[in-house]
Structures are given as C-alpha cells and as structure tokens.
Design a protein. Structure first.
Length: 236
C-alpha cells in the first residue's frame, strides 16, 4: 500500500458485521476488490502484511477468522489462493437474516458423527451424513433441466469428503438452487452444473447459503414425493 492508497470502511461493516480493528480493515480491503461480485483479491499476503504492519502469521489468522464467520470466501487456484467477500451471507446479515453456515459456526462446538460414502435407504433421507443419490439426481435434474443418470464412485467420494469436512446436505441443496439462478448458467443451459460441480468445496462456499429464494424453493418442494415409494426427493 502506498500513501495514495485508500480503504473505504462502511458503517454496516461495523454496525451489522460487528467488525473492528485489523479484522475490519482486512475485510474492507477484500470487499473493495470483490464488491462487483466477479472480481477477487488476488494480491499476496505480503501486500496485506506490509500494509497493515502485521506479521504473515497474523494475517493468516485474521483471514481464518473472517472465513470462519463466513464473511469472506477462500478460492483455490493452481497459481495460488484468492479471496472475495461472501455476498450471500453479508446480504442476509444486512437484511436481518442469518445463514445456515453462520449458525453452524456459532455451534461449532457440537460434535459431528462419522460419515459414510454409501447411499442411504429411503428411510434415512433425513440423515445428514449420507446421500440418497437416486433422489439427489432427481432433484438436480429438476432444478437444472438436465438428464443425469449416474454418479460415479469418484464423485460420490467427493461428496462423502465434503460431508466429513462439515458441510451439510442443506448446503448442497442451497448451492443447486442458488447456482441455477445465476444468469450465466441460465444462458448456457446449466452446462457446467454437473454432479461433480456441486461436490466441490469452492462451489458450496460460493453458493451454499440460504437466501429468500432457497427458502421459498424448499417450502414449495418439501411436499414433492414419489407416489410409488413415498420418498421426498427434496430431502435426498
């Protein structure tokens, strides 16, 4: 940062996000680079470290705290990591709502149960540690207008890994509902919205938050059942 560099700290960052000190400044920096929703902060940690006059370890710690609060998203690239502010969560906070993952952070002390990569039976649809892939494909195809038939073992393994990481099936559901609303996905016929796409942690971080749209969609779909089996496809 130079003498001509400036950072805009907006009132809602203090009042609504309840940020202060270096955590507030760092969020403002990342927000400044990513507020148009398509850009990211791709600068080095050294740039932040030098600008805030903090050690590299302190910067990493601040980034971790902002990620844990779901206020920023870490995006992994082959050339390094970048960061952007979490539009979905921040927008919810500003509108007086609270996201699923924010609640999860508040209750992070709760222990998780072992995760299985196997398909669940219809009677286990509400088990957050397994996925009924038959119902999952029906839901994904309904949302995207695609016609996926199978999910291979590699992709199933990725979903099992995400559940083990602490993500929930609701995060996957929210990601699908949110992603299909994006203009670019609509225009290309949801070409990139594949089962593998939603098994990525970066996808769940970017889209996996409850918004007014996802809440309404789930309320509308909760009664969608298979007349033959009585399975609720929404709760895969």
């Amino acid at each position: 940062m130079t003498n001509k560099t400036y950072i805009t700290i907006q009132g809602w960052m203090i009042e609504n996000l309840e940020l202060k000190g270096n955590e507030l400044i760092l969020f403002a920096v990342i927000y400044g680079f990513s507020q148009n929703l398509t850009s990211e902060y791709k600068g080095s940690l050294s740039y932040i470290s030098k600008g805030l006059k903090l050690s590299r370890r302190s910067v990493i710690s601040l980034l971790k705290k902002l990620i844990e609060k779901d206020l920023i998203i870490k995006i992994e690239h082959s050339t390094g990591n970048s960061f952007k502010y979490n539009y979905f969560v921040v927008n919810q906070i500003l509108s007086g709502e609270e996201s699923t993952l924010v609640k999860k952070v508040h209750h992070s002390s709760e222990e998780s149960t072992p995760v299985s990569g196997e398909e669940s039976t219809p009677n286990n649809n509400n088990n957050n540690n397994t996925i009924n892939y038959t119902n999952f494909l029906k839901f994904l195809n309904t949302q995207t207008g695609r016609d996926f038939r199978v999910i291979n073992k590699t992709v199933k393994g990725k979903y099992a890994a995400r559940l083990k990481d602490g993500y929930k099936k609701e995060d996957i559901i929210n990601s699908i509902i949110n992603a299909v609303q994006i203009t670019s996905h609509k225009e290309n016929g949801c070409q990139y919205l594949t089962p593998e796409f939603f098994s990525r942690s970066s996808t769940l971080d970017k889209y996996g938050f409850e918004t007014a749209a996802t809440k309404k969609e789930k309320e509308d779909k909760v009664e969608f059942k298979d007349a033959r089996k009585g399975d609720t496809h929404f709760n895969f």
